[in-house]
Design a protein. Structure first.
Length: 337
């Protein structure tokens, strides 16, 4: 089980590293990579087989424990840097200095850990992750990014509670190894899920969007092939979904006369009625009323993506209700031999 957990966290670390490599690095993105990579290292050091091998190869006893403690200390430091980077009161020029101070403190605590003093590490983890939890709560929202932040906050809170429990045990005179409890392992999984949540959800939504608008996109692109540039085979799923929405909007613009027509028709107050009329016009423009660009524009407060998906659903429903009539139409007598 330990190997599976380590593999899952390392996959998340690789995904975040690829994200930074593909986009411009920022303090927040770099801190996320360091944090999830540290959690992945900690998950690996927590595997009994790895810990035994490290202790057997090392000249000093307790190497696996020291590395485990160092990994979680670095996780707390990187998480704190990520939290500080989104503070609006902190100027960008001061962010690098603050990050340097936090990482320097983590290094000094690492030196204390090698000397067998875990208390400074526990105190540092509590303070650092307390800032992460407080900052994260301010940014939690019902959006893909907000849901990812919520998972990071939950994982950080688990580590925070475990560190507080470690301080209590140290105060009671009990030996405590930072990161040795199962809570740390579960926190690593939750945090890794939070760091890749946006990537995974965005990909899944793009796949769903492509499937929902496939029929509508095929009809309009066949009718107006000039709206497509290239075949899109080298593009990602998210970009293909975005391009498909642009294709549909461009094709609707061309079908509406490219701004050359003015019908002066009043738009219906109901969005559903508006969608139904446009969907019927897309399916059978020859037998429908002429619609201008005002009709194809997304209703107020609606994004182009949501508008196209709503049209796709209405178009699919229109095709579904029209299909049985054509299938069950009786054959003429002349066609019967």
């Amino acid at each position: 089980m330990g190997w599976v957990i380590a593999l899952v966290v390392w996959i998340a670390a690789g995904a975040r590293t690829g994200r930074v490599a593909a986009r411009q690095p920022t303090p927040l993105r770099i801190a996320m990579v360091i944090a999830v990579s540290s959690a992945a290292c900690a998950s690996t050091f927590a595997v009994p087989d790895v810990a035994e091998r490290l202790d057997a190869l090392a000249s000093t006893a307790g190497l696996s424990e020291t590395l485990l403690e160092l990994a979680w200390t670095l996780f707390a430091a990187a998480s704190a840097v990520g939290a500080v980077s989104v503070w609006p009161i902190l100027p960008r020029r001061a962010l690098r200095a603050v990050a340097t101070v936090i990482y320097t403190v983590a290094v000094l605590i690492g030196i204390a850990l090698t000397s067998g003093h875990p208390v400074p590490a526990l105190v540092f983890i509590v303070l650092a992750l307390a800032s992460v939890v407080v900052t994260g709560i301010w940014h939690v929202a019902w959006t893909p990014l907000g849901r990812g932040i919520a998972l990071v906050v939950v994982g950080s809170a688990i580590v925070l509670v475990a560190a507080v429990a470690g301080l209590v045990r140290e105060a009671a005179g009990q030996t405590w190894i930072v990161g040795s409890s199962a809570a740390y392992t579960s926190a690593a999984v939750v945090v890794s899920a939070g760091t890749v949540w946006v990537l995974v959800e965005t990909w899944l939504r793009a796949r769903r969007d492509l499937r929902r608008m496939s029929d509508l996109h095929a009809v309009l692109v066949t009718r107006f092939p000039e709206v497509v540039e290239g075949d899109g085979t080298g593009s990602t799923t998210v970009l293909r979904a975005s391009d498909s929405i642009a294709h549909v909007m461009d094709a609707l613009y061309l079908q509406s006369g490219a701004g050359m027509l003015e019908t002066r028709q009043n738009l219906p107050a109901s969005t559903s009625e508006h969608t139904r009329i446009v969907a019927r016009w897309i399916d059978d423009p020859a037998n429908s009323e002429v619609l201008d660009t005002e009709w194809i524009a997304p209703p107020q407060g609606m994004s182009p993506r949501r508008w196209v998906l709503q049209l796709a659903d209405a178009h699919a429903e229109l095709r579904k209700t029209a299909r049985p009539a054509s299938v069950t139409e009786p054959a003429s007598k002349e066609s019967v031999p």
